[in-house]
Ligand binder design. Structure first.
Ligand SMILES: [Zn+2]
Length: 480
């Protein structure tokens, strides 16, 4: 493989370092190794790749090994600064500015280079911050959702990995216990530690040096939340994640760790066995799947989207909608007409008022699933919806299929029917003419401050996480 400019630059610096520490001028060393001083200068400046025979000659003349010259370490602090500056000045973000690069001279102090580097580092930080704008985030999110649609929302490698880790930890069947999750962590060289003072911006923090995964206190309510968080933290290690390079990378990683946690909590083999039995009985229900594996309704519903198209060929949709009707999580590959903005983003859009995802909030009985057939411009869909409440307010979880596939599901005999003509505004957005006339000019509602789903994220080493807070946290605990 051809050496990169960075490798050539480091090699040049290492040769110069040896030459100068032996007190040779360019011409003096050139004479000893049989090339002109000007040739040597090009090599030292990383502009030319030396032949191996020349490297051997330089190694002999300076009394070092060739491998020593080829090391990727800068030979000293000064060289490290110069190499970093060369890289920064070669970057596209700097070149776009049209500012001529600074030429480093022998007389230039380290402090001067440090100051210029400080500006470069800040320039790069601001550039990556700009990537995480809400628009960029929405676009990246939409692209990822569309990509997952082409894969039927199914990731076979992660399914296999989860089953392998579960087997190694001795998990046989049923709900995955906290105990088994701890064993899985131990096998990866991690101890799970529950603390009260996790940084606000982090769900968990992993101390790679001391092999610890810090999680919120074990008393947190909500069933599988803790197991899921621990599994997600482990997934970063198991999947070999590196620091995310951009927002799309960050979202991809988050999807993968969620997927891994879900395939541990609801392993593929056991889940498919459970679901195919229920399908055979024409009694598929998210609530039963949820209870069989001890997870939340949302987790069970999402997991069904991973498995049902791939294994049974059934297309479907999943919606998580909050009390105001805004979609906070979505997956569909059955053509359900969901509201979209111009960028194709669905998250944050208001779903049709006729959809059960919203109508279910008006139901008195909230302990079970509700069912409905909905006629839409894209055909008739059947769905099941369960509502719930968190500290952030109420929400509903909906899983649905096209009419023809309703036959496999519990609740298919429901008499509840609705008609939605959205995005036609007369469906549910525009008030009836009589009502509009009655109240026009006589109403003054005060808007609730909009909760932005993708507000700009603090951008440090990890998107969305405040580094300073995380490092202070680790410091505190590593000493304790
Ligand atoms: Zn509507």
């Amino acid at each position: 493989m051809a050496p990169t400019s960075l490798e050539l630059s480091t090699l040049g610096h290492r040769i110069r370092h040896q030459r100068i520490s032996h007190g040779f001028t360019l011409d003096e060393l050139g004479e000893r190794v049989g090339v002109a001083g000007s040739q040597l200068s090009l090599i030292e400046n990383g502009k030319r790749e030396p032949k191996l025979s020349l490297l051997q000659a330089i190694a002999v003349a300076t009394g070092v090994e060739v491998t020593d010259l080829l090391s990727s370490e800068p030979p000293n602090r000064r060289a490290a600064l110069e190499i970093e500056l060369e890289r920064a000045q070669a970057s596209s973000v700097f070149r776009q500015l049209g500012i001529p690069p600074v030429k480093v001279t022998k007389g230039m102090s380290d402090e001067t280079i440090e100051a210029i580097l400080g500006l470069h580092r800040e320039l790069q930080r601001r550039e990556s911050e700009a990537i995480a704008t809400p628009e960029e985030a929405r676009r990246a999110n939409t692209e990822l959702r569309l990509h997952m649609r082409t894969l039927d929302n199914y990731l076979p490698e992660i399914e296999k990995l989860a089953e392998k880790q579960l087997r190694a930890a001795g998990h046989v069947s049923g709900a995955l216990t906290h105990r088994t999750v701890s064993i899985m962590a131990e096998q990866l060289g991690f101890e799970l530690i529950y603390v009260n003072d996790l940084p606000h911006s982090a769900r968990s923090v992993t101390d790679l040096e001391n092999g610890r995964i810090y999680l919120p206190p074990a008393s947190i309510p909500g069933g599988h939340g803790l197991r899921s968080m621990a599994l997600q933290a482990m997934a970063h290690r198991l999947l070999g994640h590196q620091r995310p390079t951009d927002y799309a990378d960050f979202l991809q990683q988050r999807l993968e760790i969620n997927y891994f946690a879900a395939s541990c909590l609801m392993p593929e083999t056991a889940s498919v066995a459970f679901l195919s039995q229920r399908k055979k009985e024409r009694d598929l229900a998210v609530e039963d799947f949820r209870d069989a594996f001890g997870v939340t309704h949302e987790a069970a519903g999402m997991r069904i989207t991973n498995l049902v198209t791939h294994h049974f060929g059934i297309p479907l949709h999943f919606l998580r909608v909050d009390g105001s009707g805004a979609i906070s999580r979505v997956y569909e590959n059955d053509g359900l007409p969901v509201p979209m903005d111009v960028t194709g983003a669905v998250e944050g859009q208001i779903v049709c008022r006729r959809f059960l995802a919203r109508a279910a909030f008006e139901e008195q009985n909230r302990t079970t699933e509700h069912y409905q057939y909905t006629d839409t411009p894209a055909g008739t869909f059947w769905c099941s919806t369960q509502t719930g409440t968190t500290s952030a307010g109420e929400f509903s979880i909906t899983v649905g299929v096209p009419f023809d596939d309703a036959k496999w599901f519990r609740g298919r005999e429901t008499q509840k029917r609705a008609v939605s003509t959205c995005p036609d505004e007369s469906c549910c957005r525009r008030p009836a003419a009589s009502v509009a006339e009655r109240w026009s000019g006589k109403a003054w509602p005060s808007a609730r401050v909009h909760q932005h789903m993708f507000s700009p994220l603090p951008r440090g080493a990890f998107p969305g996480v405040d580094d300073g807070e995380v490092y202070a946290f680790l410091d505190r605990h590593a000493q304790g």
